[in-house]
Ligand binder design. Structure first.
Ligand code: DX5
Ligand code: ZN
Length: 216
């Protein structure tokens, strides 16, 4: 069984709260909240006030915040106060990873570190023992609805092996192009958490899509 983290980037923002409740009731373990700054990635999404509203309206939801921003350190506290359960930031961001991790922990959130498709899994080695979750991107970050890049599979397998060798317990998450076809490849390679945006929210039956992914 996989943990499903629907990416609300693909939701209908006109009814965002209802869309979140629907996927949570269908078995989503968390909600994936994609933050984009128009600088680290060539797109702008949503930020702190949207998370605060969702957290207030659905206090039981666990928010898996994915910061695709150049300077995560400056925003960790604000997202934590707004209700983040876990804060993912990119190893490729411009801030010192040690400082960002310390800020996330000090703010009381779980720690997540993310790598883009061009970054090797080994680059995470110095940080693995400080992470609750590792996010492997299976598309270039910035947009929903892109095609899955199979190169993430070797990285997932390598990180799973590394986790076992080091006796660690971080979760492995994959994000981008995850659907009924690619999800099984990801879980077989070692993914524990499946992020899915368009394959859930653009589906005729989003609840059914979550249930199918959770069964992977
Ligand atoms: C992409 C985001 C993803 C995105 C996934 O930069 O990090 O979370 O919403 O969307 P799909 O599942 O449609 O590829
Ligand atoms: Zn994401």
């Amino acid at each position: 069984m996989a943990i499903v983290s629907p990416s609300i980037l693909s939701a209908d923002f006109c009814g965002l709260g209802d869309q979140c409740r629907l996927v949570l009731e269908a078995g989503a373990g968390m909600l994936h909240f994609d933050v984009m700054d128009g600088h680290f990635v060539p797109n702008i999404s949503f930020g702190v006030p949207v998370l605060a509203s969702l957290h207030q309206g659905i206090p039981s939801a666990f928010f898996d915040v994915h910061l695709m921003i150049s300077h995560p350190l400056a925003y960790v506290d604000a997202f934590a106060r707004a209700g983040a359960g876990l804060i993912n930031f990119h190893l490729e961001s411009e801030d010192d990873p040690a400082a960002v991790l310390a800020a996330i922990r000090a703010a009381g959130c779980k720690t997540g570190m993310t790598i883009k498709p061009g970054t090797p899994a080994e680059a995470l080695d110095p940080w693995l023992d400080q992470l609750d979750l590792v996010l492997v991107m299976s598309v270039e970050p910035g947009f929903g609805g892109q095609k899955f890049m199979p190169s993430c599979l070797d990285k997932l397998a390598a990180l799973k092996a590394r986790r076992e060798a080091l006796g660690l317990a971080f979760l492995l998450e994959v994000d981008g192009g995850v659907n009924d076809e690619t999800a099984a490849l990801c879980t077989r390679a070692g993914a524990d958490v499946l992020v899915a945006g368009s394959s859930v929210f653009a589906a005729a039956d989003p609840a059914g899509a979550v249930a199918r992914l959770a069964a992977m």
